[in-house]
Write a protein that binds this ligand. Structure first.
Ligand code: GDP
Length: 389
């Protein structure tokens, strides 16, 4: 699907940079337009792939290009001050030919945390296209301020977007020795998962083999579209091209050899099982999802129709939801088969419950506590997609 993407703040800008790298090196074409917004000049200067003309320094009269620190209120003001420039850069040029907006922000800092929801509200009010958020949660051990910022921003972001896709830094493991090496690895993982999802609807642009049941952007939009929180699972298995290797185990959908066809079916189901029950971008209970989407990608001869159908049946049982979509994403040159599982409208998320507690504790009066609890309940149960307070 075609996206206009806005990376807000440091994390938002870096992840946007890595999504553009993914899109460019694979020639997938889902990044129709990209803008980095920040109140810190040095963060914008550190980007590689976002064109200079699409890097917007905001809030100069407030922070003089030095950033919002860890204060979301300052971030909100910086973005609010220049919202019309942001609109000119993002909406003005992008609305013809895009399927949706995507806003990326780290929720624990200042500019992304406070400013992201301001941009989402603005775009949502003006344009008909859905507005999605990709929010990065701090790990628990980053400390109180980051976690409190994220807890508050999460509610605002969820209200102002059609769906909030979350990635929990705390659930990601990296072997990087320094913080920046670690983030580089984590951002790679983020780009792989979200790049795989958003490029799946772009198959026509690739001119590749179009399979029987290729996923299109309307299926992604219908899965994400009704509000709430989204988590993504992902698993891959390499294809070895030597005789008798993994290649043979994935093959078999079109031949009459029942044994090998059954094997291919099992392989895909076990891959989908790993994607769903393994590491999710946001750990949650799969059976609390309201909608699910399965995308199996890889060389077309490895995408067994039977395998995908039976994996979808398994996913239907596992998520206990009726709205399960499934399709394939043929990638002729890929050396692996990958399963991507989108769990949307999830309600049982321990990390959000933990943050709810933090937000409640950081507020002042009992009335606030009650209101916060109600806000979170509605967020998790229905996805508060009407933009009301
Ligand atoms: P801002 O520039 O004021 O919006 O603040 P940041 O984007 O630096 O937000 C801080 C939070 O984002 C931290 O709590 C981290 O959890 C997270 N973060 C910062 N940089 C990265 C990054 O490169 N990758 C990821 N995944 N998270 C990051």
């Amino acid at each position: 699907m075609k996206l206009a993407i806005v990376g807000v703040g440091q994390a938002g800008g870096k992840i946007l940079d890595q999504l553009i790298e993914y899109d460019t090196t694979r020639n997938t074409g889902f990044v129709e337009h990209a803008v980095a917004v920040n109140s810190a000049r040095t963060d914008l200067a550190g980007l590689t792939y976002v064109p200079e003309a699409d890097r917007l320094l905001v809030g100069q009269s407030i922070v003089s290009g030095h950033g919002a620190g860890t204060d979301p209120e300052t971030g909100k003001r910086c973005v609010g001050e220049d919202i019309h420039e942001i609109d000119d850069a993002v909406g003005g040029v992008a609305t013809s030919g895009i399927d949706a907006f995507l806003l990326i922000a780290g929720l624990g800092g200042g500019t992304g945390s406070g400013g992201g929801p301001v941009i989402a509200d603005h775009l949502g009010e003006i344009y008909a296209e859905p507005v999605y958020g990709l929010g990065i949660l701090p790990s628990t051990d980053e400390g109180g301020i980051y976690n409190r910022n994220a807890a508050n921003s999460l509610q605002r972001f969820a209200r102002s977007t059609d769906s909030l896709l979350l990635f929990d830094n705390g659930a990601a493991k990296s072997s990087g020795e320094t913080l920046s090496e670690g983030y580089r690895e984590i951002n790679d993982e983020i780009a792989t998962r979200f790049g795989n999802l958003f490029s799946a609807g772009e198959i026509d642009a690739m001119g590749g083999d179009v399979a029987e049941s290729v996923v299109d952007s309307s299926e992604i939009i219908n899965t994400l579209g009704d509000g709430g929180i989204t988590s993504i699972g992902y698993a891959t298995e390499a294809i070895e091209t030597d005789e008798g290797g993994l290649l043979d185990r994935f093959l078999g959908s079109d031949d009459d050899d029942l044994a090998s066809s059954g094997d291919a079916t099992n392989r895909i189901t076990s891959l989908v099982r790993r994607a769903t029950l393994g590491k999710l971008t946001l750990p949650c209970e799969p059976d609390s999802a309201a909608r699910a989407l399965l995308i199996v990608s890889g060389p077309p001869e490895h995408l067994s129709r039977k395998g995908i159908d039976s994996a979808r049946d398994w996913l239907e049982t596992e998520t206990d939801c009726r709205e399960v979509r499934a399709g394939d994403y043929p990638l002729p040159d890929e050396g692996r088969v990958a399963a991507l599982v989108v769990l949307s409208g999830v309600t049982e998320v321990p990390r959000i419950e933990e943050m709810q507690q933090l937000a409640v504790e950081s507020d002042t009066g009992p009335e606030d506590d009650e209101q916060d609890e109600k806000d979170f309940e509605s967020l998790l149960e229905y996805g508060d997609d009407d933009g009301s307070e």
